[in-house]
Write a protein that binds this ligand. Structure first.
Ligand code: V47
Ligand code: SF4
Length: 392
């Protein structure tokens, strides 16, 4: 008897049984079934199904990369109510605004480090226009051609293309030609229009977010998708969000990874809302894994979730925990994450994965496998920080 027939044996709920059967034969679940899973699926039930899918797709492999972030500014023309990091233009003095040379200085600090990716995203400001960014990306490529540039979201693209009086098609072609390799998943928030207006009013619409990713995929390039959950949305809104992604993915196959982002409530306009529990977070990862049958990867972003919760998520459908980060992002530390200076060296990330009996695989930004760490033994006492199970 395999895992999922066992699930069917012990579960007496007809709808849950049917979902288990569908998972067993790799059949897609409906939106109604996904909502039902949110309402009635126990953590154990969801975890077993999600893990079955995860192991069918990737076995024990758990992916990570060596990356750093650059956040050119935290001043922003928008004021999303979940954002703890941005400062409005009228409070400019409280934030930072890097010039292109300052950004290049940051890139140069990594010259002797074995990073493979830079992730660039920040606030939206008039001086960071299309020319600023395309010149910057060209400079980064000229300086370090092999460094993968994962940069900007439809929120920035919509703003800078409008200012440049360019269509999305023309704009994305210019972005491609300037050296951007892939798009991160940010700015998606929650696609339901009413919720989006309340938490992220004024920035690009859901259709615009999806259209920009579609154009990027049509150019033959890859991107990620996020979902900001655990605030004022309902389970039906989460399923609607994933439904729109699943439909676009059927069309383009350009998404690589889905990244659920748990709302963190420190110092923002929604601080009065409680944060979701870890049980709810794990259920959410599991349902995402079950629902998004056409996404290869589900990522737990450890600077947001915390490293130990990210380890747990590896049993609930997650196969990727992002990268080394090198303390280069402020978005989540400012929003209250327990990771106040997010940075893990390769060794620490590998041990984090191995101590929960998964296989650590370093990947590049489009999931080519760079190194399997199964037989690599580190001689370093720091690894003991993560010691909870025997290290293979
Ligand atoms: O779009 C901002 C979210 C996103 C909060 O593609 C918050 O590999 C929770 O998209 N609580 C930006 N979430 C980060 C992002 C990302 C991160 C890591 C990897 C990738 C990838 C993409 O962060 C924003 C927004 O949804 N966010 N503030 C907050 N208080
Ligand atoms: Fe600006 Fe992005 Fe923060 Fe919204 S989430 S206020 S667009 S930096």
């Amino acid at each position: 008897m395999n895992d999922s027939s066992l699930i069917s044996e012990v579960c007496t709920d007809e709808i849950l049984n049917n979902v288990a059967r569908k998972v067993q034969i790799s059949q897609r679940i409906t939106n109604e079934e996904a909502i039902y899973l949110y309402e009635h699926g126990s953590l154990g039930f969801l975890g077993s199904l999600a893990n079955l899918i995860r192991e069918r797709k990737h076995g024990d492999k758990t992916y990570f990369n060596r990356n750093f972030h650059i956040e050119p500014t935290n001043i922003c023309v928008y004021s999303c109510s979940f954002c703890s990091y941005s400062r409005l233009i009228k409070k400019r003095e409280e934030g930072w605004e890097y010039t292109d040379e300052q950004i290049m200085d940051i890139v140069r600090t990594y010259d002797n480090k074995e990073v493979t990716e830079v992730h660039i995203v920040g606030g939206v400001l008039p001086q960071y226009d299309l020319k600023f960014y395309t010149d910057l990306f060209k400079k980064i490529k000229a300086h370090r051609p092999e460094l993968h540039i994962k940069a900007l979201t439809p929120v920035e693209f919509h703003y800078i293309f409008k200012k440049a009086k360019m269509s999305y098609e023309e704009g994305m072609k210019a972005i491609l030609d300037s050296g951007v390799d892939s798009l991160p998943g940010g700015g998606a928030e929650m696609f339901d229009e009413e919720i989006r207006e309340k938490i992220a009013g004024g920035k690009c619409s859901s259709d615009e977010w999806l259209r920009i990713h579609e154009i990027w995929h049509e150019l033959g390039k890859r991107s990620n998708a996020t979902m900001l959950y655990g605030h004022i949305e309902t389970f039906a809104h989460r399923v609607d969000h994933m439904d729109r992604l699943r439909q676009l993915q059927d069309k383009t196959k350009g998404f690589q990874t889905f990244i659920p982002l748990k709302f963190r409530n420190k110092d923002n306009e929604m601080s009065h809302l409680p944060e979701s529990s870890i049980v709810e977070d794990l259920r959410n990862y599991a349902i995402a894994r079950i629902y998004l049958d056409n996404f290869d990867h589900i990522k737990a972003y450890w600077p947001m979730l915390g490293r130990h919760n990210a380890q747990l998520a590896l049993q609930f459908g997650v196969d990727d925990i992002d990268g080394t980060i090198d303390d280069s992002t402020k978005i989540y530390s400012m929003a209250g994450s327990e990771e106040q200076s997010p940075s893990l060296n390769t060794e620490e990330l590998v041990q984090l994965i191995k101590t929960v009996n998964r296989k650590a695989i370093e990947r590049d930004s489009i999931y080519n496998e760079l190194k399997d760490y199964t037989d690599v033994v580190f001689d370093n006492a720091k690894a003991l920080r993560y010691y909870s199970l025997p290290i293979n």
